[in-house]
Design a protein around this ligand. Structure first.
Ligand SMILES: *[C@@H]1O[C@H](CO)[C@@H](O)[C@H](O)[C@H]1NC(C)=O
Ligand SMILES: *[C@@H]1O[C@H](CO)[C@@H](O)[C@H](O)[C@H]1NC(C)=O
Ligand SMILES: [Zn+2]
Length: 451
């Protein structure tokens, strides 16, 4: 702990030195592999976006408890807007304020994407031209500040809430009602105090059609994937797969296998041993917790999120930052590329208008995805033959048989045209219906109306 405090205090002076030799006018591949204070992070991300304004832009998704911006830097060939069929992906760092490596890696990644694009790196250009990338380097800037000021350990936000326990627990609802395929947020602030950081992220994940996400943490060296909340929470280490177990395993493998040491069987681990599964694990099988961000993403949106534990040291010393970037760089790029797996398409009516909110289902997988504003959808799938159908309220159902070969490097295109009427399916009542329908119960005022 002493070392960290020392680093945090030492940092500003060193960083200034580094920045004075940095010319904002001309593109540069030079990345300063130092720790970055909140103020430095904001200025660095803004300058990166300004330097690459043709492919980048920054925006805030809200403010932390103490009023700091939750600043996102975006990369895309048309920054600032969603393009039909272009998948959206996000990477989130520093959710736990004292786990800082992910935050630094995302700051480096932003600079790397910008300068390599400008320098003509074909791989980076292809990624940016075909994908909309959002990097939230710090989800918990207040906690980071705390970590550096020695008063608390900085894992939580300024209200002392662990943000990765602070999301609505939809997983319990899922276990209780296995027939439901949609999970609305109905929650009670009297039970759950929603942090502004959590609320901002909830709004964010609902506002964009994210397909894939990674939350970067520290303290272990492993990728874990949902569910994080156990189907038998009273017992320890219960394998609790989602209906998309195969896809999540593949996503986790993508990161772990491209990492320099994560999937090694001889790696010195931080306490637990993951060599039997080569560096990946189902979250609840490792340890169970409710209210996590990844379970929420999966059950409430179309987004598949994994949790990457980047290493034993939550606050690595500065000399470790460049080696860590080298260990993780290929993983980060492969993870961005892996969003182009499975199938994507547009669901339209007979006049060619995209249908928003149509449901796309895969036979044998009890998790639907829904279409975005213009009717576009993405469905991550592993190679093989799949029966995929699309339907929408007031429209018929159309089913297609799709084969995804092993060698695919782009998502297969599957479009649907739905007829009006047809056999309109009985709409299943949502799980909370009975609650509202009970006589004598006044409608609760704790619905999150504004999200
Ligand atoms: C990416 O898009 C830009 C702008 O349209 C284009 O000049 C560049 O050649 C593209 N690069 C690749 C590798 O597709
Ligand atoms: C680790 O991997 C090597 C080579 O793949 C294998 O020979 C060895 O038995 C493995 N060790 C353990 C403990 O699994
Ligand atoms: Zn963490």
């Amino acid at each position: 702990a002493l070392l960290h405090i020392f680093l945090c205090l030492l940092l500003p002076a060193r960083q200034e030195l580094a920045l004075s030799s940095f010319s904002p006018e001309e593109p540069s591949t030079i990345i300063q592999f130092t720790h970055t204070s909140n103020a430095q992070m904001y200025s660095l991300l803004k300058r990166t976006a300004a330097k690459c304004s043709h492919i980048s832009h920054v925006y805030s998704i809200g403010r932390s408890t103490e009023g700091r911006d939750l600043l996102v830097i975006e990369f895309s060939d048309n920054p600032g807007r969603h393009e039909l069929l272009e998948p959206e992906i996000k990477l989130v760092g520093n959710m736990h304020g004292n786990e800082v490596l992910g935050r630094q890696l995302l700051i480096y990644l932003a600079q790397y994407l910008c300068s390599e694009y400008v320098l003509g790196n074909e791989r980076i250009q292809t990624i940016v031209n075909t994908t909309r990338i959002h990097l939230l380097a710090s989800m918990n800037p207040d906690g980071y500040e705390d970590t550096c000021s020695m008063w608390t350990n900085g894992r939580t936000n300024a209200q002392n809430l662990d943000l990765n326990r602070n999301f609505p627990d939809l997983t319990s609802v899922y276990y209780r009602n296995r027939r439901s395929r949609h999970y609305l947020i109905v929650m009670c602030p009297r039970v759950l105090q929603v942090a502004p950081e959590t609320y901002a992220v909830m709004k964010w994940v609902r506002s964009l059609p994210f397909v894939q996400s990674a939350s970067l943490h520290g303290g272990e060296l492993v990728v874990s994937y949902p569910f994080d909340f156990s189907r038998h929470p009273q017992e320890e280490r219960i394998f609790s797969p989602t209906p998309d177990e195969q896809i999540f395993k593949q996503l986790a493998r993508t990161y772990a296998d491209s990492h320099a040491t994560m999937s090694n069987n001889d790696t010195e681990r931080c306490g637990a041993s993951f060599y039997r599964t080569r560096g990946i694990i189902n979250g609840a099988l490792w340890y169970s917790f409710a209210g996590g961000m990844s379970d929420f993403n999966y059950l409430h949106t179309n987004c598949f999120e994994i949790t990457v534990e980047l290493g034993c040291d939550k606050f690595p010393s500065e000399v470790e930052l460049y080696p860590e970037w080298k260990r993780n760089k290929e993983s980060l790029l492969s993870f961005l590329e892996s969003v182009h797996r499975g199938v994507k398409g547009v669901v339209r009516d007979k006049d060619g208008n995209g249908i928003k909110g149509a449901t796309v289902s895969v036979r044998g997988i009890r998790k639907d995805v829904t279409t975005g504003k213009d009717g576009d959808f993405w469905r991550l799938l592993n190679p093989g033959t799949h029966i995929i159908s699309a339907t929408a309220k007031g429209y018929s159902r159309v089913t297609k048989r799709v084969h995804i070969p092993h060698s695919m490097s782009k998502a297969g295109r599957v479009d649907y045209i739905l007829e009006k009427g047809g056999d309109i399916e009985r709409q299943e009542k949502p799980w909370w219906w009975n609650y509202f329908a009970q006589s004598g119960v006044t409608p609760p005022n704790w619905l999150l109306r504004h999200i």
